[in-house]
Design a protein around this ligand. Structure first.
Ligand SMILES: [Zn+2]
Length: 503
C-alpha cells in the first residue's frame, strides 16, 4: 500500500507539475478570489493527498462483496457511516425497504447424455433465480433472437433454453449483451420454457451476475454458464448429441427487509435550501468484491467530503454525499430518496452519479438535457489541464441518476474511458487490483471541481435549469427511443403507471 501511494504521488507530480498554478489562473477569471482559492486548494488536495486507496482496500478486501441484505453489506453501511462521520460532515443512515431478499449461495450444474459421460460445468444463477433442483433438456437456440425462436417450433416446456453470446470487451458490448439477453428472455417466457442458460460473454471461465428483465419479480430460473463450457455443449449439440442439464441452485430467499443509504451533507452558506447531490452505490454483487463497481467511487465521495471539510470550504449551496444501497437490484436506495424528498426536489439543482469504474473521466452524460451541456463545459474549464471532456446528451438507464431523471431534476453520470470496467463488470474478477488508482485520483479532482462549481454557481444561471415536467420527460424518452431499454430494467411500467417519477 505504501509503495503504491508513493508511486501515485510521484506520477501526479511528474505529470502535472504546474497544475496548481494553472488551476488558479483558470478559475480566477470566473470567481471571486476566495472562491478561486477554495477551488485551487481543493483540487490540489484531491490530487496530492488521499486516503482513497486505503478506504478502497478496506471496503473491497476487508469487507468484500456487498449484496444488499447480506452481512457484508450491513458492515459496509456501518463502515461508510463511520468514515463519513470521521470527515466531520453531518452524516445519517437513511433506512428504506427492499422488496425481497435474495442471496446466492451456490450453483452446481451437470450435463448428461446417453452417449457420453456426464460432466460438470461452471455456472452461476442470475438475480432472483429461485433456489431448487432443476432437470431439463438443453435446447440450443443460437443467440436467442426472434428468428431463432421462430425457427424452433418444438415444445419448450421441459427445456432450458440455451443461448450463446458475443464476446464482451467494453461498455458497448455490455449494452448489447443486456439487449440480446432481454430479447431471449422475453421469447423464452412467451414460449413457456422451463428456464434459460446464457453463455458467458467473457473468456477464461469468467462468471458474473446479472439481473433479469423482471428484476426483483423474477421467478424464471436463469443462469450464466462459463464460455468454454458452453462452447463444448454447443459442439456436442451440433454433433447431434442430445443433452440434459441438472442443476442444484442454493440461495437464501426472504420477504421484504430494511436496507440503508448513508447520506452526508455540507450545508450551503448562501442558499442552504438548494441541494447538489452526488453519489455512488455502496452495494455490489459478490462474485468479486465490487471494486470498480462501485467501491472506487464510494471512496471518491468520502474523500471529496473529507477534503472539503478539512479545507473548511463553505459552498453557497448544500452539497449532499449519497452512498446508495440496493442499486444493483433496481436503484432502490436512490428511488427511496426521491420519494421521501418530494417537497425538496424543486430545489435539487443537480444529481450526479459516478458508477462506471475508475477509467479516466472524459465527460458527463447530461441525460436528455441539452441545456446543461454548455454549463458542464464551463464547470470543467477549471480542470481542463488534467483531461479532455466531451459531454454527451444521452439518457442513462441503469444507475442512481435514474429516479432523478424521472423526477425531472438535472442529472449527470460521469463518462469514463473503458479501462477494465466492461471485462470485469459484475464478475469474480472485479477486485481491488483492477482499479486504476492514478485515474481515480484525477477523477476525484474532476468531480470535486464540477460539484463545487455547481454549488457556487450564479443563481440566475442555475435557475435557468428548470425541473422538467412529466410530458417533457416522456417526449425525451420518445426522442431517445428508451422504452425497450427501460423495459429491460423493469422500469418502464412503473413510469407509465405513475408509481415511479414526477406526477
Ligand atoms: Zn454500479
Amino acid at each position: 500500500m505504501q509503495i503504491l501511494t508513493l508511486f501515485i504521488m510521484f506520477n501526479l507530480r511528474y505529470l502535472f507539475p504546474f497544475l496548481g498554478f494553472m488551476l488558479t489562473l483558470s478559475v480566477l477569471t470566473a470567481q471571486d478570489s476566495s472562491e478561486a482559492e477554495d477551488f485551487s486548494l481543493l483540487l490540489k488536495a484531491m490530487l496530492a493527498e488521499s486516503s482513497m486507496e486505503s478506504d478502497l482496500y478496506e471496503l473491497c478486501d476487508q469487507i468484500g462483496g456487498r449484496v444488499t441484505g447480506s452481512e457484508a453489506n450491513n458492515l459496509s453501511v456501518e463502515w461508510a457511516y463511520e468514515k463519513m462521520s470521521a470527515t466531520g460532515v453531518k452524516t445519517i443512515k437513511d433506512p428504506f425497504e427492499m422488496p425481497s431478499l435474495w442471496l446466492a449461495e451456490s450453483t452446481s450444474m451437470n450435463i448428461h447424455s446417453d452417449q457420453i459421460p456426464s460432466f460438470r460445468v461452471n455456472a452461476v444463477s442470475k438475480y432472483q433465480t429461485p433456489a431448487g433442483n432443476y432437470k431439463a433438456k438443453l435446447t440450443y437456440l443460437g443467440a436467442g433472437t426472434d428468428e431463432d425462436f421462430k425457427e424452433n417450433t418444438q415444445d419448450l416446456s421441459e427445456s432450458f433454453v440455451f443461448v450463446d453470446a458475443d464476446i464482451c470487451l467494453d461498455i458497448n458490448g455490455l449494452f448489447k449483451e443486456y439487449t440480446d439477453a432481454a430479447i431471449a428472455e422475453i421469447n423464452a417466457r412467451k414460449r413457456g420454457a422451463k428456464g434459460i442458460i446464457f453463455m458467458s460473454s467473457r473468456p477464461n471461465k469468467l462468471l458474473y451476475r446479472f439481473i433479469t428483465t423482471k428484476t426483483s419479480d423474477n421467478k424464471l430460473p436463469q443462469f450464466v454458464m462459463a464460455r468454454e463450457d458452453a462452447k463444448r455443449c454447443i459442439r456436442l449439440i451440433e454433433d447431434n448429441l442430445s443433452l440434459n442439464v441438472s442443476i442444484d441452485c442454493k440461495a437464501t430467499q426472504g420477504e421484504t427487509f430494511i436496507s440503508e443509504n448513508v447520506i452526508a451533507e455540507i450545508k450551503g452558506s448562501v442558499y442552504p435550501e438548494e441541494v447538489i447531490i452526488i453519489g455512488a452505490h455502496l452495494d455490489s454483487w459478490a462474485l468479486g468484491t465490487g471494486a470498480n463497481d462501485n467501491a472506487c467511487n464510494v471512496s471518491m465521495m468520502i474523500d471529496i467530503a473529507r477534503q472539503m471539510k478539512k479545507l473548511n470550504i463553505k459552498p453557497k449551496r448544500t452539497i449532499r454525499f449519497a452512498l446508495w444501497n440496493g442499486e444493483e437490484q433496481g436503484y432502490f436506495g436512490s428511488w427511496h430518496y426521491t420519494k421521501t424528498h418530494q417537497d425538496e426536489l424543486d430545489n435539487h439543482k443537480m444529481a450526479l452519479s459516478v458508477d462506471i469504474g475508475s477509467g479516466d473521466i472524459i465527460g458527463f452524460f447530461t441525460n436528455g438535457r441539452d441545456d446543461l451541456i454548455p454549463f458542464v463545459d464551463q464547470c470543467l474549464a477549471s480542470v481542463d489541464s488534467i483531461g479532455n471532456y466531451l459531454n454527451i446528451n444521452n439518457p442513462i438507464v441503469g444507475t442512481d441518476n435514474f429516479d432523478f431523471m424521472l423526477e425531472g431534476v438535472p442529472n449527470l453520470v460521469a463518462i469514463h474511458k473503458p479501462a477494465s470496467y466492461g471485462l470485469n463488470y459484475h464478475a469474480s474478477s472485479d477486485t481491488y487490483d483492477k482499479v486504476d488508482l492514478v485515474a481515480l485520483n484525477k477523477n476525484s479532482a474532476i468531480v470535486a471541481a464540477l460539484v463545487l462549481s455547481w454549488a457556487n454557481a450564479d443563481k440566475t444561471r442555475l435557475d435557468t435549469f428548470k425541473r422538467q415536467s412529466r410530458s417533457e420527460i416522456q417526449s425525451m424518452f420518445e426522442k431517445h427511443d428508451l422504452e425497450f431499454t427501460m423495459r429491460m430494467f423493469n422500469v418502464w411500467e412503473p413510469w407509465i403507471n405513475g408509481s415511479r417519477g414526477i406526477e
